[in-house]
Ligand binder design. Sequence first.
Ligand code: URA
Length: 247
Amino acid sequence: MADHYAVLQELGLTPLWRLRARSPDVLTVPAARGQPAGEVAPAERMARIAALSWADFATDVSACTACALCKTRQRAVPGVGDPRAQWLFVGEAPGAEEDAKGEPFVGQAGRLLDNMLTSLGMKRGENVYIANVLKCRPPGNRAPTPPESEACRPYLDRQIALIEPTLIVALGKSAATTLLNVEASIASLRGRVHRYRGVPLIVTYHPAYLLRSLPDKAKAWEDLCLARATMRTAQVADLQRLPAAPK
Ligand code: URA
């Protein structure tokens, strides 16, 4: 054994590395239907997602098996809209209609969101991008679990990096607490300008909640007015950063 080691040393092949028990840094991905179970190191997965282009983004999301929601989804719902939008709206997770269509906010809550956009003089797809914290539907429309949000978060972070929005509107508690990394109520987060990696972020109620709680629509309108004012300020600041036009 000692001779064997000396030969290896001579060849520059030492020190010897021994395979240890599986590193805790490895995520075992549950098998999707018809697919073998795979293993992905979270750091590798995050680095791959952080480097995705728009061209590969939707395909990657649709092939994701990082949580059990891949087993029950009909279609993944990556997001929709102008890929260079100034406005980014982030909801919670797809519901039944979104799961069937592969597009966010196409049900009743989506119609209210469209009306909210109209009230701001905007339209889905025109300078607006709509995404969710989760890209796959939780069965029975339950709230996302923390591990699901964590598994999906690299996709949301990548989307935001690709869009480079001027302003983010978080629709409801899941979006607000995920993006801001805090545990707090909507009531305590509304009414002020937060920041997500330097981008101004406004918190408001989720449209599905507003459908059930009409009195809070007035508060949502206040939030949208704050969002519009914040957008104007951010646009002016952007203009001031532009180099002066040549005389
Ligand atoms: N609710 C959401 O949060 N997102 C959707 O896409 C639909 C309903």
